[in-house]
Design a protein around this ligand. Structure first.
Ligand code: F3S
Length: 292
């Protein structure tokens, strides 16, 4: 069985940066927390919890010296609240998410009705809403766009991990809904590169394994992209989820991983795969670099 790793897979630059910031924050003297999980991956959260940095969800009951803002970013009102409480802030917001915040704030200041293409409950979207003074409409599908009322000025932005072609369809559906429309493609290139690499690899294999947390938006988008290409696809969180029966009579397996999946989990999966070979020599082809 040949196992091929996608050209782009695993930690993106934003998550890698957040991981490093958190590692440099580990302290014996101060109590640090993250506001919500640092990234959408339980293994990463457990890694830092073991070193004393755990997620806190309730701002009101927050009892910490310092807080790490996670890669998804947060609303400016929450930052102000933390500053008022004298809590030290270590900002691990991905710079690309920050760019969405700036665009949202600019469009708000210029009086545009803002449409965010994204999932309302996703922490990144919740953060972006704050940069629009909580005065924006979150849309998750073209169907929702079609029933929107007509407005005079509309600004459209996207959650960074959304599918680009779906974003274009959404913008096309919104064009008749405003006299003036400005659309900013704020989908990040790491997401696009991982999707493209997964798409290419899906055409060459009989089975795709997508490694990532089931709560991770970009992992789910990757799995959907593989399924759309018609290949059998399994979404797994770790090597423990692998089922030997999946590999019966399979000659080529492709592997990709979400942007918040750490290298050590990908390596564990690759190692475990050697046990599912049916006796033929196993070949592992690493197209990508786990450090990308
Ligand atoms: Fe940033 Fe894109 Fe990663 S927005 S956190 S580089 S998926």
């Amino acid at each position: 069985m040949q196992v091929i790793l996608a050209e782009e897979a695993g930690f993106c630059a934003g998550v890698r940066r957040a991981f490093k910031i958190a590692e440099n924050t580990v302290s014996d003297d101060l109590h640090w927390v993250t506001l919500g999980p640092l990234v959408h991956n339980q293994a990463v959260v457990d890694h830092f919890t073991a070193q004393g940095i755990s997620p806190a969800d309730d701002m009101e009951k927050l009892a910490a010296d310092g807080i790490i803002i996670r890669s998804h970013g947060i609303a400016p009102q929450i930052i102000a609240n933390l500053q008022e409480k004298g809590i030290i802030i270590n900002d691990a917001t991905c710079p690309l998410v920050k760019r969405v915040h700036e665009t949202a704030a600019l469009l708000t200041a210029q009086g545009y009705e803002i449409i965010i293409y994204g999932d309302y409950d996703h922490p990144e979207v919740q953060g972006i809403l704050g940069w629009c003074n909580n005065n924006a409409r979150v849309i998750a599908s073209v169907d929702e766009a079609l029933v929107m009322p007509v407005v005079s000025k509309m600004g459209v932005i996207s959650q960074t991990t959304k599918n680009e072609s779906d974003f274009y369809k959404l913008v096309a559906a919104l064009v008749p809904k405003a006299k003036e429309i400005r659309a900013f493609n704020t989908i990040c290139s790491a997401t696009l590169k991982r999707l493209e690499a997964a798409r290419i690899l899906s055409r060459k294999v009989e089975l795709m394994l997508v490694i990532g947390d089931k709560s991770s938006s970009n992992t789910k988008t990757l799995a959907r992209e593989c399924q759309i290409s018609g290949v059998k696809t399994q979404l797994i969180e770790s090597a423990g989820d692998l089922i030997p029966a999946w590999f019966k009579d399979i000659k080529r397996v492709g592997i990709t991983a979400g942007a918040s999946t750490p290298d050590w989990i990908i390596k564990e999966v690759l190692d475990r795969m050697t046990q599912f070979d049916d006796g033929a020599p196993q070949e592992q082809t690493q197209q990508g670099n786990l450090s990308n």
